[in-house]
Design a protein around this ligand. Sequence first.
Ligand SMILES: [Zn+2]
Length: 561
Amino acid sequence: MKRRKFITGSSLAGAGVALSPASSLLAANGAEPIQADLLIKSARVYTMDGTRPLAEAVAVMGDRILAVGSNEDLKSLVGPGTREIDGTGTTVTPGFIDAHSHPDGSNEVTGANVNLRSIAEIKAAMHAQAAVTPAGQWVIGNKYDDTKLSEGRPANRRDLDEVVPDQPAILRHRGGHTAVVNSRGMKVAGITVNTPDPEGGSFGRENGELTGFVAEKALLDVIYNAGEWPEITRAVRQQGVALMSRAMVAAGLTSTTDSWGNVESLVAYQDARAAGELLTRLSFMPGGETEFFSNLKSAGIRSGFGDEWIRFGAVKYAADGSASERTMRMSTPFNGRPDDYGILTMNQAEIDAAVDDAVANGWRIGIHTNGDVAIDMALNAYERALQGWTGSNPRFRLEHCSLVNPELLQRIKDTGSVPTPFYTYAHYHGNKWVDYGPEKMQWMFAHRSFLDYGIPVAPASDYTPGPFEPLMAIQSMVTRMDFKGRVWGPNQRISVAEAMKICTINGAYASMEESIKGSIMPGKLADLVILAADPHDAIADEIKNIPVLQTIVGGETVFEA
Ligand SMILES: [Zn+2]
């Protein structure tokens, strides 16, 4: 079959405006000289602009970058109204971009953050959360992770009973599929040690007692339908966006993506923006197969509609299971489970129809495809859609694109597709890669392979399941080393410079916004991060600990350490 090939190139930067010499910015005929609103000087500036990769100073006017150069080049832009930042000893990069996330945060407003490293700390957090939860309502802890606790065991029902004896309480796992519930919670749900497990779910039992562990349908269909849960109102959703926005800019993110948005979240982002609480720019990917998406199409909305703050990206579909929950669809089985190849959630005809519908309605498309079987199916549909294509590269997206091989890599390259593999998983979720084994891990989150094939691989956290912190992402992609010192797929390691490029200019490319962000060049949005140290100089295993000193979005400082 003849395939349409797109030139993407491995270097995305470099096709922009040259440095404007400061002297040329002087207005003609004796008018007032142009004055910068902000000047960062004496810093090590990584521009991601191939024509000038390193600079010393950046000048900003309004929400845009005015000039980039040496202190000397830019000093004539300083006037009485210029805010100056002495960047001596610091490193400046373009604002970091997350091309796949779920940042609406509404759940996090109504619970405690128990992303903590000991059961003792989790108990303290749940005790405090109980004090602010209305009587009778579930006391919620979010982002619980059983595999990283200093006690070396998961939390259980008794741990929760000690701090929340009289109200139902739950620790929700950050992956979303399991939880730990206290005794009162089990009682509210009518669960005893003799209750049979529901189809597709289970309650943990040990020595004739419930442990409090709840999985899959036992959580989704039983626990979530029992008792009184906090109401997620419009105001709560707005608070969620504000909360996440603050956390993300504190980590250096200036742009993120909602990779399965609905009408409620779209309203929440706009409410937060109107209140001055939206600090990160957002690419909004509506969920496909929804009434919401049908309505958007009927209204004539298409990808690209919006502005620099909230813009519609690709429509989002999901064709297979998950990497971290170990259900993605592969051509070979999971380690130790010879009959388990994972699950598909769309067939080829459904994928083809989704792609045709997106193209016909002016939408880009991103299909969640973790396993090699699912990726192959999405590529079949993309190759089919590209037959006879005469326009520019539609940049079809492969969400996650976790497990690849040389044949798939070549097809991804030829179709000009954009993969969004997990950028913090090798480091953060090491315990889960045992089920795949070292052989498969050589081809998972294959950042090295994508770069070697000249594929514009995008930065992607998939928050909440994955941490969004870009410095942890850079460390993870560089070291592939987990918390326990195990290395997963060392052949997929990339350099710090490559990781930083992925987290900036490649993120902009993934949302088709590389002309306005992703590098530090005159005319682009003034989205910048000031780091306390240069990741190139740091010990690779400590990159995630480099402090973010300041995050600037559109010329405004939105976070300061
Ligand atoms: Zn996702």
